[in-house]
Design a protein around this ligand. Sequence first.
Ligand SMILES: [Zn+2]
Length: 497
Amino acid sequence: MTSRSIKSLLSVLAVAGLYSSGSFAQNVQSTEYLKEMKRIKAEYSKGMKQIAAAKNGNEWDERYHQLQGFMGSPGPSALSNQALCDHLKTIDANELEYVGSIIESDATSKSLAGCRTALLNKIQFNLKNRHASFDMESDIANIRPIAFEIREVDENRDRFSYEGLGPKEVMLSFDDGPRASTTPHILDMLKKAGVKAAFFNLGSNALSNKKLVSRVLEEGHILGSHTFTHTLMMASKVRCGKISYDQFLAEMISGHIGVYNAQNYVDPFFRFPNGDADSDMRRNVKELGLKDFRWNADSHDWFYSPGVISDYEKRRQTILRTFVMELKGEKVVDNTGHVIFQEKPASMKDRGIVLFHDIHQQTVDTLPLILNYLADNGYKVVLLTSANYRHERSTVVEQADQYMHSHGISMSQILPPRTADGQVYDSSAFKAKVDFYSLMPQLTKPELVPVGPEVCAMEAQVRALQVNSRQNADEISRLKKQIADTIRIRTANASNE
Ligand SMILES: [Zn+2]
């Protein structure tokens, strides 16, 4: 076969969709490649099925991160990366969008190096088409102004919560970013409504998107931290021996220092992933001069992805409806008599700190509807903050800075290690490289008492019941009380010994 006829064969195959990369000739005959492709396809679709079957936030988060782990290192050879790329090129654009934040993330910058740009272009093309048909641009243009106030909260509080808000007052908060393809739209929308929000960034994402961090600050939003790599359920994992307490400290402190390092500024606020924390962790956060920033209304933006509701308009209407029900806090019963929403206490009704995520496209899609709902129904957006907001550095930042100067070390030595090629943070190798107790001597060391397998088993039971969290609310709170009692008794016994 002449090279000319090979070329024309390739172009025929390209038209037929059978050939899409330069390595065709060597790969198509390689049984090794075909075998690897089969494995990759199976692993990937298993991961997607597991995500789709998740019935609560923690489970969804856990499984999405598992898929991210797989896509970051799909296999031992370059062939594995090639097979993953080739497979992703064949999947539907909507599904591709669903894993878009994985494709964009540091975690896959090596494995998807050969196809990342093409995949992101496909996602962008899909988004543009959809926006054209749903007129997203005019949605943004039609965002109406909302009443807004910046409110200082008592400086002596350890935590920030809905208690700082009155009736018909809402605080908006966005976790897990920043992300290049979504965060800028959210900032545009907030600007159009004339309101400010709180952004709880991951250290890793802040360092990869420094310009966006600068924009968040310039536009007057709160910039807090949310760990370095978003280790989930940290209190539960420490209790059950899945991670060490030092790993929690490393996640929290490196996350805060990481966000600080992006633009030499961070507000003294920290938010626990999943809100999962114990009293030792909360005490340490306080000792570092940080406030524990909570939420009481979950918009469920993370849940209603294209994988759960494929229709664009139905998806954003569902998120809007869920947001409104969460905010109202009234009891809602469906037409079969099941309670979908339990009634909230009067002090939590029709107000709240709302949790969103600036890394999901469905959040971008729905935010114009949510902002206009607030504008048209007499709500006020309030930015709760402390007196030293934008004025002084928190203890943890001050101490990290002093330590670095006196020991002649750089910021990178406090952050998690990077991989050998220096491209990504190696979260699997996450461990403290400095002794945080000598760096920050005010930190109280926890008296770690092994809680025993029964507590871990009860926690697993709680997670299973959260599949129908609203219907199982009574049983969940009974188990949580039992868990707390068991831990308290064990801790008391341990200190008596
Ligand atoms: Zn989060």
